[in-house]
Design a protein around this ligand. Structure first.
Ligand code: C5J
Length: 225
């Protein structure tokens, strides 16, 4: 087992049963002109975590531990997008509308792609999800079962929406979860802080939280042991 200094208590994981899930580091959320900005958000806040997420992905790749990426987006005919979701946002900049990076939040469009700095490499699983949670209406559960994964490490955006929703889904399915706090971000810093507090409250009701440095140190220590 590898033991990471975390809150509210240390997080232990078997290195052959862990995977990283990087949530929605896609142009629609992180770059100007996408869905995130169309909702009135300042995307520059999210860009600050890109180097940390890259280092986290790099650690998993070096270790040979699975890296899974997710993208929130919809089919071109919007048949997988509830009308209530389409109605959100500013008129003429809604899901399916033509934006600066193609149709907003539509699979295959430029804006729906994962940002080039964090692009998946061959062999990494990419989950296209229509909802906020990565388990809903996707093959994620089956993929994790096939890999024999029991422990999940999380990163990505936004902390209180897709990251938290997916972590809660994972927790309910019995996965032991760790969120890397400096590899996740929100358009609203106070929402991120509240989410970290909610996750770890009541004896880690959803999971544990730790900085990347703690995971790196634990991985290094286990190598020396
Ligand atoms: C949102 C996400 N915020 N990836 N999506 O709509 O968190």
């Amino acid at each position: 087992m590898i033991e990471v200094a975390a809150e509210p208590f240390n997080y232990s994981f078997p290195p052959d049963k862990v995977a990283l899930i990087v949530i929605d580091m896609q142009r629609d959320f992180v770059e100007p002109g996408g869905f995130g900005e169309s909702l009135g958000n300042d995307v520059s806040l999210l860009r600050a975590i890109i180097p940390t997420v890259a280092d986290l992905i790099g650690l998993f790749r070096i270790k040979g531990w699975p890296v899974i990426h997710t993208r929130e987006g919809h089919m071109a005919d919007l048949s997988d997008c509830p009308p209530s979701k389409i109605r959100r946002g500013k008129p003429s900049l809604r899901i399916g509308d033509e934006g600066p990076m193609g149709r907003i939040m539509i699979r295959g469009e430029k804006g729906n792609a994962i940002i080039p700095e964090l692009a998946p490499i061959d062999g990494e699983i990419v989950i296209d999800k229509p909802g906020k949670g990565a388990f809903y209406a996707t093959e994620l559960g089956e993929e994790l079962e096939a890999l024999g994964v029991t422990h999940l490490v999380f990163a990505g955006v936004t902390t209180e929406v897709c990251v938290q929703t997916t972590m809660r889904e994972a927790n309910d399915r019995g996965f032991d979860c760790l969120l890397i706090e400096d590899a996740t971000e929100s358009y609203f810093p106070e929402f991120k802080a509240s989410t970290l507090a909610m996750i770890t409250a009541q004896g880690a009701i959803v999971g544990c939280v730790a900085p990347l440095a703690a995971l790196e140190a634990a991985a290094e220590e286990s190598k020396a042991a």
